[in-house]
Ligand binder design. Structure first.
Ligand code: NAP
Ligand code: MG
Length: 497
């Protein structure tokens, strides 16, 4: 890991690419418009980025369609696509330090996390889908003896990935990995706060030999580029991660246009249920702390609701509080920093508004709750805990997307399960108990795409990730992700003819 000084030196001379990537060429927006991307660690401009509108999106779609129809990618054998994608993953890995720096400068996450988590997981994702694609078999249907029917996956065509700013490169890879592996052309629309690694990712894909138009990148604003993708009659599918509000809008765009397939990952309000008989309070406290404060709390499955048995609450909260000084915000470029800057001034304001709301709703602010490191001009917010939260308060029901833990106390374990399920979301949940039958009963009762028992945030690319209820539908990661980007075709043959 380069030193703090070294990262600062590199960031002073970095010159990020800032154009759209369409059909293998870096281009300005047709309108010439740009938007600013800001370093949230100091509020300064990093670069001005091409601001794509519907005209640029249309060019990208035409390019992706052409590439798809010509078949330069989809008709390559799975083994050949595997080779190219493995090369792509290797080049991402070779450029890990540059990508990590771009990510940290753009979104404020600690450089150690970018380098040790975001980039390696992105590389792993691309290689995993590359490795998978020449081992996936299609099906022969059980028919009568005179017939033969195959059920085969075919790539959908033009797949758009519209992604958020909290794990920019990784979310791009979660969509692009399975979509590219299965032969689609992909159009990537990064969030306006985090366009830089997406653009570089497109360039690296080209260097690795993906044909022009296989991965186009259209940076821009949601209401322009995002909406143009949603409404475009020739986009076949959108993989979206972000807020529920915009996720719902994509469903409408689809209905207003060509019934494009929409897959949504729309966040959560993850409960961590801690029973009085939980195994090890120190371990629980650590998992609660990292579960809500990792990545500044800007994590869709962040454990933002702690549901704890009244009899152990004080002891557990003391232990959680002991983590606060160890995770306090610092310069994202310092390899020692555990919590970086909040992504933007808008997001900081949003968090501050929730703090005021929580106080008004009658929750008790135990620690944090105020902007810090203001002298840097950056957007820093410390680990924060609200105690005495009721599950029907807005701070317990809405995604704050910041380092704010809401503590809800329960008297009976059955109530805890009810409370856990009483939100519009269902992305993830955890339960901490020594009683293994109780753990499994609870896991079954929890309406969530992922349940952790006596752990939090365990992950591998081999398991699906996604939500119940308004956390969305469709799954990222695992072989299930491939099916999102494929149509199923049945082909019949009459063996008597
Ligand atoms: P968002 O507005 O849902 O943005 C997600 C993506 O959709 C971005 O690429 C965004 O582009 C695009 N978009 C925005 N408005 C659009 C529109 N009208 N039509 C089409 N596309 C549009 O999320 P956000 O603004 O980044 O964050 C807002 C809240 O969403 C957060 O506070 C958090 O609660 C939630 N969130 C959830 C996740 C998650 O992983 N589930 C991730 C990030 C945020 P622009 O960036 O240009 O707006
Ligand atoms: Mg930025």
């Amino acid at each position: 890991m380069p030193s703090y000084e070294e990262w600062k030196n590199r960031s002073a001379s970095i010159n990020p690419r800032n154009q759209a990537l369409i059909h293998g060429e870096f281009v300005d927006a047709v309108s010439g418009a740009t938007f600013d991307t800001i370093n949230p660690a100091n509020g300064r401009l990093l670069t001005k980025v091409a601001c794509c509108n519907s005209e640029d999106v249309d060019r990208a779609v035409r390019s992706s369609r052409q590439t798809f129809e010509e078949g330069g990618w989809k008709y390559r054998s799975p083994k050949d696509r595997k080779r190219s994608l493995l090369k792509f993953a290797k080049r991402l890995s070779e450029n890990a330090e540059e990508l990590a720096l771009l990510e940290t400068l753009d979104v404020g996450k600690p450089i150690a996390d970018s380098l040790n988590v975001d980039i390696p997981l992105s590389v792993e994702c691309i290689s995993w889908f590359a490795e998978a694609i020449d081992k996936l078999y299609d099906e022969v249907a059980p028919t009568d003896r005179n017939s033969f029917a195959t059920i085969t996956r075919e790539p959908m065509g033009v797949v758009a990935a519209v992604i958020p700013w909290n794990f920019p490169l990784l979310m791009a890879c979660w969509k692009a990995g399975p979509a590219l592996a299965s032969g689609n052309s992909v159009i990537l629309k990064p969030a306006e706060q985090s366009p830089l690694t997406a653009i570089r990712m497109g360039e690296i894909a080209l260097e690795a030999g993906l044909p022009p138009g296989t991965l186009n990148v259209v940076p821009g604003l949601g209401e322009m580029a995002g909406q143009a993708i949603g409404l475009h009659p020739d986009v076949d599918c959108v993989g979206f991660t972000g807020s529920g509000e915009i996720g719902k809008r994509f469903l409408q765009y689809s209905g207003q246009s060509n019934m494009k397939r929409i897959w949504l990952e729309c966040g959560g309000k993850t409960p961590q249920i801690v029973a009085a008989d939980c195994p090890d309070l120190d371990k629980v406290a650590e998992a609660i702390a990292w579960g809500i404060w990792y990545n500044q709390g800007e994590v869709c499955n962040a454990g933002s609701r702690l549901l704890v048995d009244r009899s152990i609450k004080e002891e557990l909260l003391d232990k959680v509080m002991a983590w606060v000084p160890k995770i306090s915000p610092g310069d994202p470029l310092d390899p020692e920093t555990k919590m970086g800057a909040i992504v933007s001034s808008e997001q900081l304001t949003r968090i501050l508004n929730y703090i005021e709301l929580g106080k008004k709703e009658g929750a008790k602010l135990l620690i944090g709750g105020k902007r810090v490191r203001e002298e840097t001009q950056g957007y820093y917010f410390p680990p924060t805990i609200f105690d005495e939260v009721r599950n029907d308060m807005r701070i317990a029901q809405e995604e704050i997307f910041g380092p704010v833990l809401c503590v809800i106390t329960f008297e009976s374990f059955e109530d805890a399960i009810l409370l856990a399920n009483q939100t519009p979301f269902g992305l993830a949940a955890s339960v901490w108990t020594k009683d293994i039958s109780k753990a499994h009963r609870t896991a079954r009762a929890l309406r969530a795409g992922t349940v952790y028992i006596n752990s939090f945030d365990q992950a591998t690319i081999a398991v699906p990730f996604g939500g119940y209820k308004q956390s969305g539908f469709g799954r990222d990661k695992s072989l299930h992700a491939v099916d999102k980007f494929c149509e199923l075709k049945t082909t019949w043959l009459d063996l008597r003819s």
